[in-house]
Every structure is written in C-alpha cells, then in structure tokens.
Write a protein that binds this ligand. Structure first.
Ligand code: LUZ
Ligand code: MOS
Length: 757
C-alpha cells in the first residue's frame, strides 16, 4: 500500500494536529452571550412534587425556563412523539431535563442550576429489558421478520441448540461533548450553531417548540469532534434548549455539556437480551434459526424502532439461513433513551448468531470455522428480507484470510502453545462481515448539493453531509475535482447549513459520502453540461460536443484548446450563464414493504473478514491481542487513507464494545460507570502492534460513490471477533457452560476461567 502522508495540509487532521480546527466551544461569540445549564431529574421514576429554585429565580440577570415557558409544543420525539423536552409532572430517567438556567457566565449558570432542589414522589423504576418485557412495557408493538417455515425447518434438523445472550451498551465518548450556540436574528428568527449530525431535525424541532416556522430557523454546522450516532437524534435537545432561551431573552445563548453531564444525560448503544434456537442438518448446514430480541430502549423511543429494524435485518450475520424467524421487542425502561451508535443495532444481531454458531460448534466438537464456511452467504442467495445477495464477496474475503494466515498451520501452532500451558493460552477467530448500506427507512436515502463556481474559478460546495472526522468533505472535494477536471485545492466544502441545503437526512447509516458525493457529482455535471451547451452553440455545432477539462485545460471532442478553467469561467459569466447548480440524488433501486418486511432495503452490502489472535493470561483474566488481519471489500476504494482510518477506528471501537466498555446502572437507575475512571475505552495499547488491513480487489462493483463502498459503520462488526478469540483462548477445546455476555471484561474472563476450572 502507498505510504500514508499523515501531515498533508489538505486533510482536516492537519488542522486538528495543529489545534486550528474549530468546534462549537471554540467559536467567536458576541460579548453579550449568556450561558445555559440544564437541571435534570435525579430519580429514575417519580412525580415532581415541588421545585425549589433556592432563590436563583430572583437573582439579577439569572433566568430559568421550564416546560411552562415553552410557547409551542413540548415534544422532541422523532419516530414516535413520546418524549418531552422538559419534564412536566413526571420523570422517567435520571438525567431527564426539567429546565434550564441561564446566567452571564458558565460558572454562575452551573453553580445556581446545581443548587436547584426538586422534590419527588419516587416510584419503582424498571432497569432491564427482560424486566420490562415481563411487565408488558413496550415502546411499540413487536416487529417480526420471517422467511421460510420455522416449524418445518426445525423438524428437519439433526441438531438443535438453544441459549440466551446478553449484549451490553456502549458510551459514544465523542471528544467534543454535546453543545450549541443560539443567536437571535432580526424579527422572530434564530441562527443555531450545533454539534449535530442532523441539522434539519434541530431546525424542525426548534421551530415546533417555539411555535414558529422552519424558515425562521437557520442551523449551521462546521464540523463535529466525533459523533458515532450520538448526535443523530440526541444533539437536538441541547440545541433546542439554547434556542428557546435565546428566543425568550433575545440574547445569544451558549450551552455546552460538561463531560460528566454528557455521559449521564445522554442515551447509549442499546443493551439487548436475546433468546435463540438454532438447528443444523447432519452436514452442519443451518436449517432453522429463531431469535427473540429484547431491546433496552430506555424511557422514550428516540431511534430505537429503526435500530431494532437494523437488528432484524442483520440477525443472520454473514450466513444464509433458509428458515428464520426474528422477533424484536422494544422494551421501555427507566434509563436515558438509548440511541443510534455506529452499527445501529447490527452488532447486537450479529453477536447473537455468532454466539449461536460458536456454542453449537463446541457442543458438536467441531471448529466454528467449519460451521461458518458451510453457511457463509454466496452469490444469489436470498436474505430473509427478500433481497438477493449480489456481488457477494464475504466468502472470498473469508477464504483469502484463511489462505493469507495459513489457518491449518496456525491451528497447530496455537494448539502446541496451549497444550500443558497453565499460564497463558492462545486463541483465534475469523469474523466475517456483511453490512447493509442505506437507511432502512427508504425515504431517508436522499441528499442534495449546491455547487457555486466563482469568477476566479474557485468552487464552493454545500451538501447535507456533516464532517465529523470521517473525511466526508475530502471525499466530496475529491469527486468534484475529478468530475470538473480541476485541482482539489480550488474546491472548498462549506459548512452544512439548512438555508443552503434543506430537508436533509442526518449524516448517518454510513451513507454520507455515497449520498452527498453523488449529489455533488450531479451538480458538477449540470454545470459542465451548461459549459458544453455554450460551446456547442458558439461553434453552431448541431451535434453535442464532448467538453471536458483535464488538469484545468479545456478539451473539446478530445482536442486540447487554448482556454483553461479560469478563462472559461470568465467567458461564461460574460455571456450570462449561471455557474451555480443545486442538484439532488436519491439512491436508486431500493424499496421495502414495511408490512410484509420484504424488499430491497439496501443499495448493496459491504463485506469483509477479520482474523483475531489473542493471548490470555489465565491467572489474571487479562488478554493481549497479538495480531489482526483484515481483508475488506471497500469496492473500488477512492481514498485508502480515509478508509483505512475508518477501518482502524471502527475496529478499536468494536473491540472496546466487546471487551472492555462496560455500562452499569444500579437498581435505582443511576449510572455508576459515569466517568473515565470507571469506564474503560481502548487506547493504543489495547490494539495489537500488527494490524494488517488489505482491500479486496473488487473491480465489478458499480454502485456507491464511483464504485466505492460505504465504510463508516461496517468494520465495527469485526470487533466481535475479539470476543470469540478470547473465549477460544480461555476455554481451549472445552464445552462452555456459561451465558455469553458482552463486554468480555477482565473480570468476566477471570470469572469464566474460575467457573470452568
Ligand atoms: N440511522 C437511521 C441509521 O435513521 N436509519 C438507519 O438505517 C441507520 N443505519 C445506520 C446508522 N444510522
Ligand atoms: Mo448513525 S449510528 O449516526 O450512522
């Protein structure tokens, strides 16, 4: 692979490394800006009996707003309208906002808001999904995906196994905490600068909370210091609260969550409880799989219904299963509403099927690879939701891995290392990847772009994409540069702004580059078409000319011309031809029937495979990842630097999810893992020295962005491989009598070893 230029000034990371990039908290603000601090419930379930402001409400230049100060509708629910901005009579989770206190300084605002005392009548909270299921406490009716005939399927099985799985949550831990600045404009209008993946949602909800129109609100986003799904829905409240205060006070208001509040107040990746039953034929083909997901949604829907759908879509993992029934219950609990998180429900579904395969293999005294290899998806197989697997490379990636690491030699080496070794044990696992690309809600798969070419030939592009460190802006510049035939340095991607680009989908579902890159290409093409028409008219050609730029030089019908980009731009403006275009893109060929749960929800799938090798310390319960080898089908990769970074980052985040990041709520609904001293995230020492990532040569793939595949979320799934590599190491060749629970922390490893001993 080409050596990566880490300090190229053309990438955002140059700004990050030199401390020059701006986040919400760094922005210049007017000197009369006020600071907001949210006060919130300290109980998980209760009735509000009294609020004592401790005199803060009577202080000069201190203002308090609660539910009764909301001029419009006190409602922020997206998919289901079941979430208040500020609690009214009841509270449903620790951290539920009750109101906001605004003062002249951040310190003063924090100080007074912390003094506010709320008196509650406390009620019994529900913490786990299984508990909520028993009490019939649901966000919505169950969702069921079915294919084949599960009853007949199980009848045909030679072997049947059933078990439970527990999947823990995950804290997003974006470096930039949630925050917003609201600036009152002339009249009723507001401008909001927000750290959000979804500026349109901030705009729409602020307007409805204030009882004004969407066109009164302009939302602007420069970049985010990470989001990982945590700002798809959950950036809204803070921006709306700042907006409400600014609207009321007619003064700029800034609201930035402290890290401790951010961790406490916001929802996380959904914990799931899972029951499954899996059946195999004599040759270990999976014949039937029945799985029930109990999703811990928290106290309101947020994005939980969509997350649950993605779980059901991915419950087959990378395998073909002819008879399948998957039921999803979205269980309402008294936790902060859980939300989007890189992978969006897919990891939970994939962990369940992988657990089922792993445990079955142990019971059958065969290697999990044997079951994997026989059942991996292949070209033309039909997913349980009706889509046909096309350009399906998961087996190619898997087989390339086994060849690359020489699996039979590895097995012997590891077995030799383990035999008689009571101190250290090695294990390995190959984790296949199949991840559907597109929002599962078809309507959301659209984007638009505005391209302006200025008189000096420089280009400005606005899209719906939010740059959050994933490099989407660079990819957009790259494709625009190729489309126009001009140097990338001439192209700037602007802030994401609801007044320039309206009705946007969040930058999510790994589709930011696909959607907005394609919209940008189409807008560039539109301008090129105008240039083509201009020269065709000028040369009075009745056949359409082929007009293009190569390195900024004009070519007509393949012939190099005198003119270059800048002089052409000048000439067109002189002739009153517009050099701005606003164009849209909608992902082609996707549709899904939400009643039958069949269709083609995904534009395509991203595939791959990862090999994990680990050494566990048997007396301590610790482990060290020795080696990771990944073969990833990124299609015709357009930027290896960015995609490699996404794979490495997702891998680390996936390993964290599976092996160390543990979220614990006590029985009262308080988050006990509420700081970084109690919540362990992976660092550079958690990763092996040797991470070998190669891209599968896929020259046949044509969809995505110029044949490249979405890369943001899929590689997170690889992290699941670390779990089973560790189980392999500690329970070398033994049957497993414990329930698989994630994350596999050192404490759990220690307990598993000692339970087995
Ligand atoms: N967000 C969403 C997502 O609203 N729908 C999706 O299907 C999705 N998938 C992944 C990540 N975010
Ligand atoms: Mo999403 S989990 O914001 O792609």
């Amino acid at each position: 692979m080409k050596k990566i230029d880490y300090i190229s000034k053309d990438y955002d990371r140059y700004l990050h490394l030199t401390g020059k990039s701006e986040f919400v908290d760094d922005m210049n603000i007017p000197s009369d800006t006020m600071y907001a601090s949210v006060f919130y419930s300290s109980v998980a379930k209760g009735k509000i009996k009294n609020i004592d402001f401790k005199g803060a409400d009577k202080l000069h230049n201190v203002f308090i707003f609660t539910a009764k100060d909301i001029p419009g509708e006190n409602q922020i629910g997206g998919i289901i309208k079941d979430e208040l901005l500020f609690a009214e009579d009841e509270v449903d989770f620790v951290g539920e906002p009750i109101g906001v206190l605004v003062a002249e300084t951040r310190e003063k605002a924090e100080e007074y808001s912390k003094k506010i005392e709320v008196e509650y009548e406390q009620l019994e909270p529900i913490i786990t999904a299984r508990e909520s299921f028993l009490k019939n406490n649901f966000i919505m009716p169950p969702r069921i995906f079915e294919s084949g005939d599960i009853v007949k399927g199980f009848k045909k099985c030679e072997y049947i196994f059933e078990d439970k799985v527990e999947f823990g949550g995950q804290e997003h831990l974006y470096l930039e905490t949630q925050g917003a600045i609201a600036l009152p404009l002339e009249g009723n209008n507001l401008k909001i600068i927000s750290s959000t993946q979804n500026p349109t949602a901030v705009q729409r909800i602020t307007a409805s909370i204030l009882g004004i129109s969407n066109n009164n609100i302009e939302v602007d986003v420069l970049r985010l210091g990470g989001a990982f799904g945590g700002k798809e829905d959950q950036a809204n409240a803070w921006a709306v609260i700042a907006g409400l205060a600014a609207y009321k006070l007619k003064k700029p208001v800034k609201l930035i969550l402290e890290r401790s509040d951010d961790i406490k107040l916001t929802g996380k990746r959904h914990p799931y409880s899972i029951d499954y039953r899996i059946g195999f034929a004599k040759d270990y083909k999976i014949i039937a799989y029945e799985v029930i997901f109990y999703q811990n949604a928290g106290a309101a829907a947020d994005l939980s219904p969509a997350v649950l759908d993605r779980t059901l879509f991915h419950c087959n993992g990378s395998y073909f299963i002819p008879n399948l029934k998957a039921t999803g219950y979205s269980c309402k609990t008294n936790l902060p509403p859980n939300t989007a998180f890189r992978g969006f429900g897919a990891p939970q579904g994939i962990f369940a099927i992988e657990s089922a395969i792993f445990k079955s293999a142990r019971k059958l005294r065969i290697s999990p690879q044997k079951i994997q290899e026989i059942n991996l998806l292949t070209e033309g197989k039909v997913f349980h939701y009706g889509q046909v697997a096309k350009n399906c490379t998961v087996k190619n990636c898997y087989d390339s891995i086994t060849r690359k690491i020489n699996i039979s030699k590895k097995e012997k080496e590891i077995s030799l290392f383990n035999t008689g070794n009571t101190e250290f044990r090695k294990g390995f696992y190959i984790m296949p990847l199949t991840f559907g690309i597109s929002f599962t809600n078809t309507m959301m798969n659209q984007a638009s772009a505005l391209v302006n070419i200025y008189s000096d030939g420089s280009v400005s592009i606005s899209t719906a994409a939010i740059e959050m460190g994933q490099g989407v802006n660079y990819k957009i510049r790259q494709v625009a540069s190729e489309e126009l035939g001009i140097d990338i340095s001439k192209i700037r991607v602007e802030t994401t702004n609801t007044s320039r680009i309206a009705n946007t989908s969040p930058t999510a579902a790994s589709s930011g580059a696909d959607l907005n890159g394609n919209a940008s290409r189409i807008a560039c093409r539109e301008i090129l078409n105008r240039i083509t028409k201009y020269y065709s008219d000028k040369q009075k050609s009745n056949k359409k000319l082929r007009v293009e730029f190569k390195k900024e030089q004009l070519f007509i019908n393949g012939k190099k011309q005198e003119q270059h980009w800048k002089s052409v731009v000048t000439e067109l403006l002189m002739n009153r031809i517009s050099l701005s275009a606003h164009c849209s893109y909608a992902t082609p060929k996707i549709k899904f029937d939400k009643i039958k749960n069949k269709g083609n929800p995904f534009s395509y799938h991203t595939y791959g495979a990862a090999y994990f090798e680990v050494t566990a310390d048997i007396s301590l319960g610790t482990f060290k990842l020795d080696e990771i080898v990944i073969i990833h089908d990124g299609g015709k990769v357009i930027n290896k630097v960015i995609d490699t970074g996404q794979i490495e980052g997702a891998l680390a985040q996936g390993i964290g999810m599976m092996t160390m990041e543990e979220i614990i709520y006590d029985e009262k609904g308080n988050l006990t893992t509420n700081s970084l001293s109690k919540y362990k995230v992976p660092d550079i020492y958690s990763m092996p020295d040797d991470i070998n990532i190669t891209f599968y040569q896929n020259n046949d793939f044509e969809s995505g962005l110029k044949g490249s595949k979405a890369v943001g979320e899929p590689p997170l799934v690889y992290g699941i491989g670390a779990y089973f590599a560790i189980i392999n190491a500690i329970g070398f060749n033994k049957e497993i009598n414990y329930i698989f629970e994630s994350p596999l922390t050192n404490e759990r490893i220690f307990n598993y070893i000692n339970r087995e001993a």
